[in-house]
Design a protein around this ligand. Structure first.
Ligand SMILES: [Zn+2]
Length: 325
C-alpha cells in the first residue's frame, strides 16, 4: 500500500493515484444515487399501481399518514393517471396541512378535480387559492378552463383581466376565447366568419375561418390561410398544391415530413395508386397525440399547441373499387 503515499518512490505517481481514487468514488456515489432514486421511484409507482387494483380499505388505512406523505401518494396517483385517487389523497393531505402547505396543494387538487370532471369542486378550490394568491398564473389558467366549461362569461372575463395584468394574455389566448364564444353562438356561418375576422388573426382563428368556408363550399383567400401544418387536413391534394406552391419549394418550411407525405400522396394520385393521407395531431407541449384536431390540449390544457402531421396509407376503399371493376 506504500505506493498510495505521495512520498513513496515517485510523488507525482502517488498524487495521480490519489486523484483517480477520488474520481472513482465520486462517480460511483453519483450513479449509486441515481440508481437508488430510480429504484425508489419505481417501487413507489409499483406500490401505488397495486393499490389502484386493490380494495379501498387499504387506501383508507393510509389516512393516518402526515400531510406531506399523503401529498406524495396523491402525486404518485396523479402520475399514474388515477385522478380519482389523487383527488382523494389531496383532500386528506389538505385536511392535515398548515396554511402555506394547503395553498400549494389547492392547485393540485383543483387540477385533479378538473381531470375527474368535478368542475364545481375545481372552481371552489381554485377560487379559494386565488383569493390568497391572486397572481398564481397556473391556477388562473386552470380556473379559466373551468369557467369556459361552465360557460361562466363573467368568470372568463375576470380571469382574462387578471392574466392580462400579469402580462400572460397573448393573442393566442384572446383569439381562442373569442372564437370559442363565437362558434357556439346562434349565428349563420357567414356571420361567424365575419365575426371571426374581428379577432386577432392567429393560426387557430384562420383555421376556423377555413373550416366554415369549406362548409359553405367557398375557397379561402390567400390572407385567410393559416400555416399548412395547421390546416392540411381541410383541403384536397390539388387545393393544397395550388395554395401552397411556395411552401413546396421552400426548403426552410420546418415541416419536411408533412411536405414529403403530401408530395408522395400527390404522386400516388397521379399514378392511380390507391393511397391516402392519414393525419395525426400532436401537442407540442406534452407530446400527447390524438386522431382529431384540438384547439386546447385535453391532457395538459395548453392552447394553440397542436401540430399536424401526416403519413401515407393504403386506401382500402380504392382496392375494393378496383376489385369490383
Ligand atoms: Zn398537451
Amino acid at each position: 500500500m506504500d505506493f498510495l503515499f505521495i512520498d513513496a518512490r515517485d510523488p507525482i505517481f502517488g498524487l495521480i493515484i490519489l486523484v483517480l481514487s477520488v474520481v472513482v468514488v465520486v462517480i460511483f456515489s453519483y450513479f449509486w444515487g441515481v440508481f437508488s432514486r430510480k429504484s425508489k421511484d419505481a417501487s413507489i409507482d409499483k406500490f401505488l399501481a397495486k393499490f389502484s387494483q386493490d380494495d379501498s380499505k387499504i387506501i383508507e388505512s393510509l389516512s393516518s399518514l402526515d400531510s406531506p406523505e399523503l401529498a406524495v401518494i396523491a402525486t404518485g396517483f396523479a402520475k399514474l393517471g388515477d385522478w380519482q385517487k389523487a383527488a382523494n389523497f389531496y383532500e386528506k393531505a389538505i385536511k392535515k396541512a398548515g396554511h402555506d402547505e394547503k395553498m400549494l396543494l389547492l392547485g393540485d387538487l383543483g387540477l385533479a378535480y378538473i381531470k375527474t370532471g368535478l368542475l364545481k369542486n375545481a372552481k371552489d378550490c381554485l377560487e379559494e387559492l386565488l383569493g390568497a394568491k391572486p397572481r398564481d398564473e397556473k391556477a388562473l389558467f386552470h380556473l379559466l378552463f373551468v369557467y369556459e366549461k361552465l360557460k361562466d362569461k363573467a368568470g372568463i372575463k375576470s380571469c382574462l383581466d387578471a392574466l392580462f395584468a400579469l402580462g400572460c394574455c397573448d393573442d393566442d389566448l384572446r383569439a381562442y376565447i373569442g372564437a370559442s364564444e363565437l362558434l357556439s353562438a346562434p349565428l349563420s356561418t357567414g356571420d361567424k366568419i365575419t365575426a371571426l375576422k374581428t379577432l386577432p388573426q392567429t393560426a387557430l382563428v384562420k383555421r376556423y375561418i377555413c373550416e366554415l368556408k369549406s362548409k359553405n363550399y367557398e375557397k379561402p383567400s390567400a390572407d385567410e390561410l393559416p400555416p399548412l401544418q395547421m390546416c392540411a387536413d381541410l383541403f384536397d391534394l390539388d387545393t393544397l398544391s395550388e395554395f401552397w406552391s411556395e411552401f413546396f419549394t421552400d426548403e426552410q418550411s420546418g415541416c419536411e415530413n408533412l411536405k414529403f407525405s403530401i408530395k408522395l400522396a400527390k404522386l400516388a394520385k397521379e399514378n392511380n395508386l390507391g393511397a391516402k393521407l392519414e393525419f395525426k395531431y400532436t401537442c407540442t407541449a406534452c407530446k400527447n397525440e390524438l386522431p382529431l384536431f384540438f384547439a386546447r390540449c385535453p391532457k395538459c390544457l395548453k392552447i394553440a399547441s397542436v401540430k399536424l402531421d401526416a403519413t401515407l396509407r393504403q386506401d382500402e376503399s380504392f382496392s375494393q373499387q378496383k376489385g369490383d371493376m
